[in-house]
Design a protein around this ligand. Sequence first.
Ligand SMILES: Cc1ncc(COP(=O)(O)O)c(C=O)c1O
Length: 430
Amino acid sequence: MKILDGNKTVTLDYEQLGNLPVVSEQGEKNVLNLLRNGEISTSSSVQKFERRFADYVGSKYALTYCNGTSALEAAVFACNAGPGTEVIVPSFTFLSTVMVVLANQATPVFADIDPDTWALSAETIAPHITEKTKAIIVVHVWGTPCDMDPIMELARKHNIKVIEDASHAHGARYKGKSVGSIGDIGCFSFQGSKLVPGGEAGILVSDDLMLYSRAAAAGHYERLAPLGPDNPYSRYSQTGLGHKFRANPLAIALADAAMDTLDARNEIRDRQARVLEAGIADLDFLIPQAIPADSRRVYAYHYMLYDPAKFGGVNPSTLMLALAEEGVICGACGYGRLHQAPAILEGGGFGNVNPHDTPVSLPVSEDMGRRQIMVALRFEQECPELIDQYIAAYHKVAANMEKLQAYERENGIRSFDLSGRSISIISADN
Ligand SMILES: Cc1ncc(COP(=O)(O)O)c(C=O)c1O
């Protein structure tokens, strides 16, 4: 039995009207070319792509990795964050942002997020700075830039490095600069669901030759000799300093094709998201993410904050279930719980890290995790009719608050399994 009477409101097909294939024709061509040349492990096309990406974000150096996680792990290593040191991180993020700190045997120190931007801010970071702090990892969550100027000012004052996790934010800008190029190091994921999908791959960018060199030593032994005999890391060219994190050229070839259309596709995605947001702006129980002044967000993920106090106390899961039954593809967010995860409390898998004996309390992160709703998957094409149907579905649900309350009274509150992923789609059938 549906919560609301009548037929499903969204009848048009997202896959057909709103989505596009992950791999473009150009991507297929790029990959085929490499396959035919046998360039499946090393290829000069990878260095060409690194130059292209560095130029795109406006950084001096770029180095690809086998995924965004390994790029972040190398970034933490590059900042000299190892045993006995601390790295300030959000909990409202994907697991990699935090687990790479443990992988370096440094201690992740959790800071809460700002309730409007949903990201770390100078105010939330400041109380956690100690003599042991080596770095801060900020996340441009969902594609919205963090307010970087105050964060950089704070970090400079304390001589702490800033790593930007820009895995959601390819093409986003803050005060005239690309995200990723503002901190000391920027990391991007090219995982298959990202705005630049490559499969499994990632990239690190920096303006600082020493950070770049140390990051290269963390995963790219073959990139060390070319740094030249005066570079302190070239002496490790036989072995590197620990890992082999080379990217697969086939994945980079896909990312390269995605870069051809990134700006144009961001325009389309952003336009569609703004139409949806304008169409439901009258629903005061859904609050958009705040964007810092003079910034451009991208819509990798379209989350909004749900305020049950403005909707008769209806639980977020009941709201999502009703929307899903109306045909809206919506989802819950599993973020904001990393500080309570067993691996964190036990100090990670690689030892030598001070465990946190009790979970820290991060009231804003925990609350945001429970109340954020992905209002739609990103729209990759102009699809006004489909978006109209979404807007109608939101209004139908909004007009029937009592039915949702009655459903809750009779059936209780449905709990959905949240994974560590950035989206857990809510299905009307589960
Ligand atoms: C915020 C964030 N950081 C890091 C990563 C890690 O990237 P990857 O999956 O390429 O390892 C992801 C995505 O997967 C992410 O969403």
